[in-house]
Design a protein around this ligand. Structure first.
Ligand SMILES: [Zn+2]
Length: 376
């Protein structure tokens, strides 16, 4: 296990510029690229009882860039629902769902908030901010409240009103911004640049925290690697985190291969699917989907997400909003699990692929992530 004296560095994923541990840049100052936490993997040692330890987010502290206390609200340890049947659509074995709606604020975002708030505390900040479409803001506000930190959330005026109300209940200040998520993102970044405020959001520290979702699922499957992992994509941080987590487990010999990764977006906000199809870079698309949790026109981790799909010989798929609605209702009827549109887009993608390519998943193991439920 990482002994909390092993150094890490931040490395630009675009130009490979290196930054020291605890550097406060959130993008590369040379090329504006996204940074990544790079550990000295050769010194990563797992304790002998690692596989027997209870499965929770905290178990993977060795894989996080946190040197002091890990702030936790008992996030993670979510159910892996095995061999799920979906009435009339999937009657075989092999479909497994990771139920992230069981987290403290009902989404996978809590894993990233745990690491970000820990890091903000460790670096001496008393105030945080982030841009959000709703769920991340709610999660960050909850964790900031726990630590007695001031928190400001930048959110689009057109965002989900119920989510804005929930963030307010957690005591965060709310700045409603015109335009879409990317306008809120610009506002949050310039707010943090001018003040002693720790910028949270879809950057390198959050990505590290999101890896625990993948680690848990692999352990819950008894280290049997699925053939496919299907995940909905907004800012693409989770997809990038899953790919990084897979590479880390493989490096440590805990798994022997890496599954194919399938990215799913709404047809009304599909910049990564377009880039995949056109074999080009990711370009901005105006988001029009009602799946607000994945309504991101220009994903911060778009390049990394696309790379994860291509490197694993996976692919990107789009689904209609009406297909997402049907997937939510089928999921509820068949399993009792409730999800919001952004949380079930990956499942809608699975169902679409089953219809259009009926042989693809036959006899295979498929992991689908149900990421959240904050809309009722
Ligand atoms: Zn760079």
């Amino acid at each position: 296990m990482r002994d909390h004296t092993v150094d890490y560095r931040l490395v630009c994923t675009n130009c490979s510029a290196k930054y020291p541990e605890n550097a406060q840049e959130f993008r590369c100052i040379i090329c504006n690229g996204i940074l990544e936490v790079s550990y000295d993997y050769g010194r990563l040692r797992l304790e002998s009882n690692f596989r027997r330890e209870k499965i929770t987010h905290k178990k993977y502290a060795a894989f996080f860039p946190v040197n002091k206390r890990l702030v936790s609200l008992n996030e993670g340890g979510t159910e892996l629902r095995r061999d799920v049947r979906l009435k009339g659509a999937w009657e075989g074995n092999g479909l497994h769902l990771k139920v992230e709606t069981e987290n403290p604020t009902r989404t996978f975002k809590d894993r990233g908030s745990s690491v970000e708030i820990s890091k903000a505390r460790e670096l001496g900040f008393g105030e945080v901010c982030c841009a959000s479409t709703g769920n991340m803001g709610l999660s960050l506000a909850r964790y900031a409240r726990e630590e007695g930190m001031k928190c400001t959330i930048f959110i689009s005026k057109s965002a989900n009103k119920e989510k804005i109300a929930k963030i307010r209940v957690q005591g965060a200040a709310i700045r409603e911004i015109g335009g879409d998520f990317n306008d809120s993102l610009n506002a949050a970044e310039s707010f943090a640049a001018k003040r002693e405020v720790f910028l949270c959001g879809d950057y390198h520290y959050r990505k590290e925290g999101q890896k625990s979702l993948l680690f848990e699922a692999i352990e819950q499957m008894g280290y049997k690697v699925p053939d496919y992992i299907i995940v909905q994509v907004g800012n693409s941080t989770l997809l990038a985190a899953i790919f990084k987590g897979l590479k880390e487990f493989k490096y440590l010999g805990l798994i022997s291969r890496i599954p194919r990764l399938i990215a799913v977006q709404s047809s009304r906000c599909d910049p990564i699917v377009r880039a995949y199809e056109n074999e080009r870079g990711v370009n901005y698309v105006r988001p029009k989907t009602r799946a607000d949790a994945i309504a991101v026109g220009y994903p911060t981790f778009g390049f990394e997400g696309l790379n994860a799909v291509r490197a694993t010989e996976g692919f990107a798929e789009r689904v209609k909003d009406s297909e997402i609605t049907k997937a939510i209702s089928l999921l509820l009827k068949s399993t009792g699990i409730a999800a919001e549109p952004g949380g079930a887009a990956g499942l809608a993608g699975f169902l679409k692929i089953c219809r259009e390519k009926p042989k693809m998943f036959k006899g295979k193991e498929i992991l689908v992530i149900i990421t959240g439920n904050n809309e009722e």
